[in-house]
Design a protein around this ligand. Sequence first.
Ligand code: LMR
Length: 397
Amino acid sequence: MFEQLKTLPQDPILGLMKLFREDPRTDKVDLGVGVYRDEAGQTPIMAAVQAAQQRLLETETTKAYIGPAGAEGFNRLMAQLLLGAEHPVLKDGRVNVVQTPGGCGALRMAAEFLKLCKPDTTVWVSTPTWANHIPLLGGAGLTIREYPYLDKATLSVDFDAMISCLEQAEAGDVVLLHGCCHNPSGADLDADQWSAITDLVERKGLLPFIDIAYQGLGEGLEQDAHGVRLMAERLPEVIVASSCSKNFGLYRERTGALMLIAANAQQGQAATSQLLSAIRSHYSMPPSHGAAVVEMILDTPELMQQWQHELGAMCSRILELRAALSQSLAPAGDFSFIERQRGMFSFLGISPQQVQILRDEFGIYMLDSSRINIAGLSAATLPQVANALQDVLGRTE
Ligand code: LMR
């Protein structure tokens, strides 16, 4: 059976992680995979998470199954985190949330759900988008089409191109949007653009599918949820995939949520029953631990306060690193877009050859597309990266 199989190339992000691990240089810098790092280059367990784990250890009474939807408390609190506790759709009973194995689990189960709604569903994704979006959604059998998103010259959102391309979408098509902190570009929609895209989706009868994996790491928990909240308020149906990997630092615990907003409570119930049946036939139930930690934090005022404080500090540090990097690179060109962008990622806008030189000669790792993880920089490595980049840019001009 196996003899005809060929070895596949590694996923670009995971492949780079491996290359970095195997590099023996001690001054190497990892700006590849999207994980938050502190000044010491570590990805620490947040203090609020540690405290919640300790409490869980003392209070947990069973490891019995939790069911395909996961923990009811986690789901309710995630809806409030995404929408705000007073959002009208919560009061109307139009919101259903299921706990998923990370944001990837939410994305894939949303795709499986969309296939049940309409087997020939088309999903429009931004160009560029996160490297795993197309495998996750296309792998479920959905048709993928792409809309332009980024102006390559300015590395900012090319909103006119995006809108005019989406005019070709047909009623019932799905549009995948990044809720905040666009991965890989860091170029986000502003409030006017969210409003305009909501108008377009409404007018054409499209279904918005928002992936929000970085809530709290762009500008703040409330600001980053603006697009989700607006669409939830104005549209009959919205799908939201969210992740607790980055904002709770729970990467390996695979903790995420999938939220369905339906036109009314009865349709929401029917849709959720379909989703739960799809979950049962894929992985049966999500893992419990990460979601139990998140639920404990969101449900305990002092832990919530501590978590918000820590997350706020991470967010501020990323903004400071953005400003410092764009200033350090000023002698080499206009990198002011880095300061305007949000979240963990920005493109440097350099060629794959220049990326390769940075990796080979300077031990600085980033994706071939020149996407860097801003949160992988520190006060110590920032000058090292800025100097190397200036060297490479000067050399090849
Ligand atoms: C990234 O984009 O680097 C992260 O979302 C990690 C991943 O799984 O790709």
